[in-house]
Design a protein around this ligand. Structure first.
Ligand SMILES: [Zn+2]
Length: 224
């Protein structure tokens, strides 16, 4: 990302603020739950949602800039109560540029069941390349959630983890990719839940999952 650190931060404030509207658009959040953050590339900083502010009141200026220990560097509001988890992910996964957290309903149903979402649809093979894994139960307020996210997603193809009895955390190369993963996670959680009402979903063969995932990552979409 070109520009001075101040210009980078200004641009990411807008990006992160705008991406929160996508959580609303796709029905992934209620009230003030959920949050998006973005790493400031090349700097030990992130831009994250303020705590307890209505989605209608979010704006670029309301976003909070924190260091990767979660301390506020710039901003008038307190950062999200999930800031420590986001910061832990950025510290331990240098390839991650964006993190999203939601309590989207169908994914939370799997979280409440303590069950990963099995990979039984081509769209799941495309996006997740595997089941959507289940992370541990972790108390809020220390590094437990961050440790659970990193411990589950490191070395896993899935950009989404369902944290037991809690909700979804997703990662991406940037914040937009992490938001996409959150949208796809809820869609998959819903579809597989519906399939369960009809009987036992039919698993995909591992070799078919591999082929689908590879094609989606390397051949799908418009050429640059
Ligand atoms: Zn939460």
């Amino acid at each position: 990302m070109p520009g001075t650190p101040a210009e980078q931060v200004r641009a990411l404030r807008r990006t992160v603020s705008d991406l929160h509207a996508e959580l609303v658009r796709y029905g992934l959040v209620v009230w003030t739950a959920g949050n998006v953050s973005a790493r400031v590339p090349g700097h030990d900083l992130m831009v994250i949602k303020p705590s307890g502010v209505s989605y209608d009141d979010l704006s670029p200026d309301a976003m909070v800039v924190c260091d990767l220990d979660g301390a506020v560097v710039e901003g008038d509001l307190r950062p999200s109560s999930d800031t420590a988890a986001h910061a832990y992910v950025y510290r331990h996964m240098p390839e991650v540029g964006g993190v999203v957290h939601t309590h989207s309903a169908y994914a939370c149903a799997w979280a409440a069941r303590g069950e990963p979402v099995p990979c039984v649809l081509t769209a799941m093979a495309d996006e997740f390349g595997a089941e959507i894994p289940l992370g541990p139960f972790a108390p809020i307020g220390d590094d437990s959630i961050g440790r659970g996210i990193v411990g589950t997603l490191r070395g896993h193809r899935s950009p989404a983890v369902i944290m037991r009895n809690h909700g979804v955390f997703t990662i991406g190369a940037d914040a937009r990719a992490a938001v996409k993963a959150a949208v796809m996670c809820e869609d998959a959680a819903r579809a597989v839940h519906l399939a369960r009402q009809l009987g036992d979903p039919v698993p995909l063969r591992p070799e078919d999952i591999d082929r689908l995932h590879d094609r989606y990552r390397n051949a799908y979409g418009q050429r640059p």
